[in-house]
Design a protein around this ligand. Structure first.
Ligand code: NIG
Ligand code: FE
Length: 417
């Protein structure tokens, strides 16, 4: 079955064949697009694109013709870092923050990740699934068509596996592509505070082998930062995961120059994420690696902490991916359009750079660049049809509103579940 989208005001992120690397440095601003274009889709995949002036086929030959007059078409967002499986919400801590407590203080008082873990442990697998499915539906309607989801609010054998099974069920029931990440080392549970080694042993020797045996995780993650996991502990966990062939994507340098970036690179991490605290040393290390720096500007906005220096990173020749970090404690939003706005306003990214960062570079940060992240013949027809908007810059400019008319996943327009 063939579908045509015609009269597209502008069609963005075009490739003739999949580029295997993230877009980096100056290339990030070099956006390939066509004005007044068409796009042909054959079943699940993109077949071809071109200028309306060169379209010779009769529209009646297509099973479906979508008129996109005044609308833009771009690849669906690839959100490479989220925690959308969680129990309850943490708006009480939001009020604590308004009253002056910091993220670290809230965490020290038993709030933060441990608060979410307590709630998750007593929530049933079905309830968790239903809550996560609602959030997933919401992010799809905001343009996300590939996503990574982490465990890490379980922090016990039972609850970490429960979270990963919920992610597996989301994978089975939703049309979008999901990558699962095992983040057993998200925080040290209270009962292990005086014996952190025992918890790390549990992660390495009990949880990880079963996660691997049940094929519940595509990646391993560790929160390598001040007050959480040290560089040495992170190294041990990543080394253990490598024995099962599970690659790292890690939380690094959110709260301090923790050495997280370097330990991630050393263990061939696909990405190192957060990076609010990085200097020239880390930038140089990243330049000599294949690890993708991923910024999460929604966290900086919500926690009022510095933004990752994405401008400096790109000017140094690095690629940058942008992700939402959707989670109840440091970014209760999975809106990638807002992520683009924040990266433009506070990170100094041009709209073209921000678009590459939320599409093709996000796809690379989930190893999905072969089939997602750009408008390219052979790739899945996962795309966004915008409302009638005047320009690409309008996406980050008109912040807070949903600029999307419809989302296509594997050739089908997505309808709310
Ligand atoms: O990515 N930084 C670590 N973990 C999450 C926040 C978790 C929470 O506060 O619940 C993050 O920001
Ligand atoms: Fe995170």
């Amino acid at each position: 079955m063939k579908t045509i989208i015609h009269n597209i005001k502008e069609l963005y992120v075009l490739e003739d064949s999949p580029f295997q690397h993230p877009y980096s440095g100056k290339q990030m601003a070099d956006l390939r697009s066509l004005k007044n274009a068409y796009l042909i889709i054959d079943n699940e995949r993109i077949e071809s694109f071109g200028l309306m002036d060169n379209l010779s086929d009769d529209l009646n030959l297509f099973a479906k013709a979508i008129d996109a007059t005044g609308k833009m078409v771009m690849p669906g967002f690839c959100d490479s870092h989220t925690h959308i499986v969680f129990a309850g919400s943490r708006e009480a801590e939001f009020v604590d923050k308004i009253n002056g407590l910091s993220y670290e203080e809230i965490a020290r008082r038993g709030g933060g990740i441990l608060n979410s873990a307590r709630r998750l442990q007593t929530t049933s697998e079905d309830e968790l699934y239903e809550a996560a499915a609602k959030r997933l539906n919401e992010v799809i309607l905001h343009g996300t068509t590939a996503i990574e989801i982490k465990s890490g609010y379980g922090l016990t054998y039972e609850s970490e596996l429960k979270m990963l099974r919920v992610i597996k069920r989301l994978k089975e029931n939703f049309p979008i592509t999901i990558k699962a990440t095992f983040l057993g080392a998200h925080a040290i549970p209270r009962e292990y505070r005086d014996n952190r080694k025992a918890y790390i042993d549990l992660v390495i020797n009990i949880m990880l082998p079963d996660v691997a045996a049940q094929k519940l995780a595509d990646y391993i993650d560790v929160f390598c930062d001040e007050g959480f996991y040290t560089v040495e502990e992170t190294g041990q966990i990543l080394e253990a995961a490598a024995k099962f062939g599970i690659k790292p994507k890690i939380h690094a340098n959110e709260l301090a120059n923790s050495g997280g970036v370097q330990v991630g690179i050393k263990h061939n991490a696909i990405s190192v994420d957060h990076l609010e605290k990085i200097d020239t040393e880390e930038i140089l290390a990243l330049k000599n690696s294949n690890t993708i720096p991923t910024a999460l500007p929604g966290v900086s906005f919500y926690l009022k902490i510095p933004f990752a220096p994405v401008r400096k990173m790109i000017d140094s020749g690095l690629p940058v991916a942008l992700a939402s970090d959707f989670n109840p404690g440091s970014c209760p939003s999975g809106n990638m359009q807002f992520v683009m706005s924040l990266a433009s306003i506070y990170g100094g990214l041009l709209p073209e750079e921000a678009l590459h960062a939320v599409t093709i570079n996000g796809a690379c940060a989930m190893e999905l660049q072969q089939e997602y992240g750009s408008i390219c013949p052979g790739k899945f027809a996962n795309l966004i049809i915008t409302k009638e908007i005047p320009s690409l810059a309008y996406m980050p400019y008109y912040y807070g509103f949903n600029k999307i008319d419809s989302v296509m996943i594997k050739g089908d327009i997505y309808h709310e579940k």
